[in-house]
Design a protein around this ligand. Structure first.
Ligand SMILES: Cc1cc2nc3c(=O)[nH]c(=O)nc-3n(C[C@H](O)[C@H](O)[C@H](O)COP(=O)(O)OP(=O)(O)OC[C@H]3O[C@@H](n4cnc5c(N)ncnc54)[C@H](O)[C@@H]3O)c2cc1C
Length: 467
């Protein structure tokens, strides 16, 4: 019997995987394959932290499926693999990066010409981006009406049936190591300690949030010292759990507690994820070009020293530094702090949002083309439904409000461990004797602020006015 191929991509799971279910339903032997394609994405090939995750996630997937791991131009590699294996059809779940869409269309055509059938499915979004349109048939540009439209549509429940797949195992000659995903320098030790990539890790996290996090998500989600958010983002990005499974698990949980509306704040975040991918689909230039064309002529500054200080968490603003160090040490940053640190880069330092986007791309384990691009455009004020440019976060006030006792700061900026709460948000305001008692020498053990917020704010507003 000729086998069929299951091409795993951003859906590294067995459960609720529509393409895999369809491949299994053919009753033919199924050969699972993953192709590391660094050719088509160009500058958006996975960054360092994503590559580490991918290696771990593929290793986890291999415990359930004998995945053959290949590397190269996906079009050429897949066509050669189909020929080698004599497969009669190929199944996959759709990816929505602009380059994936173009590439996959070409692959479909080429395989069709060879007499090979292809079937693709939606395994990673709650809605296809072309399904939700406004009354005039155009894409929504504002989140609230888009979210309203989403909430009024049914979302398919996850397929909980245990599928039986007749795997054809030809993976023995092939190691995940051959993909070269693991870095030579072991910078990932901190990341390794806190994450469990793979389907089991994702399921464990989903179970844990139902027991604790989502119950008071709306009151805790903005406080970075608390485990008040799900931390499902890398699992969702790599498709180790489907958004459908998360959506229905959370909805059912609150229905059982007879408080369905309380699920909304969390479910809304899943809709933000949809909106980001929706925007990327309809505006494929999103990662590179300001969505609001007015910003194309914005006069960003160039300052490599400040960029480095921001990347290294050495700006002298403790909340920003804590965030940037959390990112470096754990591969993840709390959403509230992403907003504060992002705003600091584009408004206080007046550096181009694309520099921040690129740094996040390389260092986040959840680096995601849609969410990252729309997050940065939102911060910079040039995105769809973005925060207005003149709303400039004050890093000190944000810090006082969302990390009042400096617990989050202290966990990533140990130099400030002994400073009283009153001064931890702005150590330069502390009297000399307090600094001395706390063991801090500004400019030595901890930096002086690299810019003055009030002056930087005025400068940013002037630059904005010139647009
Ligand atoms: C500048 C900037 C860059 C960002 N880059 C990314 C990125 O590369 N990858 C990424 O997944 N998210 C990104 N986000 C969005 C958000 O910060 C993360 O999704 C969130 O912090 C992940 O943590 P969590 O899983 O605990 O989220 P939760 O609060 O538990 O939310 C549940 C899920 O909803 C989705 N979600 C939550 N908030 C957002 C949001 N604002 N936009 C889109 N989806 C959201 C995520 O998939 C998340 O896992 C970015 C935000 C900003 C401001």
């Amino acid at each position: 019997m000729r086998p069929v191929i299951m091409w795993f991509r951003s859906d590294l799971r067995i459960k609720d995987n529509p393409a895999l279910a369809a491949a299994a339903a053919t009753n033919r032997p199924v050969i699972p394959v993953f192709i590391l394609d660094d050719v088509h994405p160009g500058k958006w090939a996975p960054g360092g932290a994503s590559r580490w995750w991918l290696h771990q996630s593929l290793s986890a997937l291999r415990k359930s499926a004998p995945v053959v791991c290949l590397r190269g131009d996906a079009r050429e590699t897949l066509i050669a693999f189909v020929k080698d294996t004599g497969a009669e059809s190929v199944f996959w779940n759709r990816c929505y990066e602009p380059w994936s869409i173009v590439r996959d269309k070409k692959i479909k055509t080429a395989l069709k010409e060879m007499g090979i059938a292809t079937e693709s499915f939606n395994g990673s979004l709650l809605f296809e981006p072309w399904e939700i349109m406004n009354k005039t048939g155009s894409p929504y540009k504002v989140f609230s009406p888009y979210a309203h439209a989403c909430f009024s549509k049914p979302i398919r429940p996850p397929d909980d049936t245990k599928i039986k797949v007749k795997w054809k195992d030809i993976s023995s000659q092939n190691s995940i190591g051959s993909l070269g995903l693991m870095p030579k320098i072991e910078w990932y030790k901190g990341i390794e300690k806190i994450w469990a990539p793979g389907e089991r890790g994702a399921a464990g996290k989903l179970k844990a949030i139902l027991e604790d996090t989502v119950l008071d998500y709306s009151s805790r989600r903005d406080f970075p010292a608390q485990e008040g958010t799900s931390r499902l983002s890398p699992h969702l990005h790599f498709g180790e759990v489907s958004p459908h499974a998360v959506w229905h698990a959370v909805s059912r949980h609150f229905t059982a507690l007879k408080s369905s509306p309380a699920a909304q704040p969390f479910l809304r975040q899943l809709i933000w994820r949809e909106f980001s991918w929706y925007l990327l689909y309809h505006f494929p230039g999103l990662p590179e070009k300001p969505w609001n064309p007015k910003f194309a002529s914005f006069s960003w500054l160039e300052n490599d020293v400040f960029l480095k200080r921001w990347q290294q968490g050495q700006t002298g603003y403790p909340i920003v530094d804590a965030g940037m160090r959390q990112l470096w040490q754990t591969g993840w940053m709390h959403n509230r702090v992403r907003m504060i640190a992002g705003s600091f880069l584009v408004k206080n330092l007046l550096l181009d949002w694309r520099l921040g986007e690129k740094w996040f791309w390389d260092t986040l384990v959840d680096a995601d083309l849609g969410n990252n691009a729309s997050g940065w455009q939102w911060i910079a004020g040039c995105g769809a439904d973005a925060a207005p440019y003149f709303r400039i976060f004050n890093p000190v006030l944000q810090s006082k409000k969302f990390d009042p006792h400096g617990q989050y700061i202290k966990s990533f900026v140990p130099e400030l461990h002994n400073i009283p709460d009153k001064y931890i948000h702005a150590p330069w305001t502390a009297p000399a004797d307090i600094l001395k008692k706390s063991g801090i020498v500004l400019g030595n053990s901890y930096p002086q602020p690299i810019v003055d917020h009030a002056l930087a704010r005025t400068r940013a507003l002037e630059a904005y006015k010139r647009l």
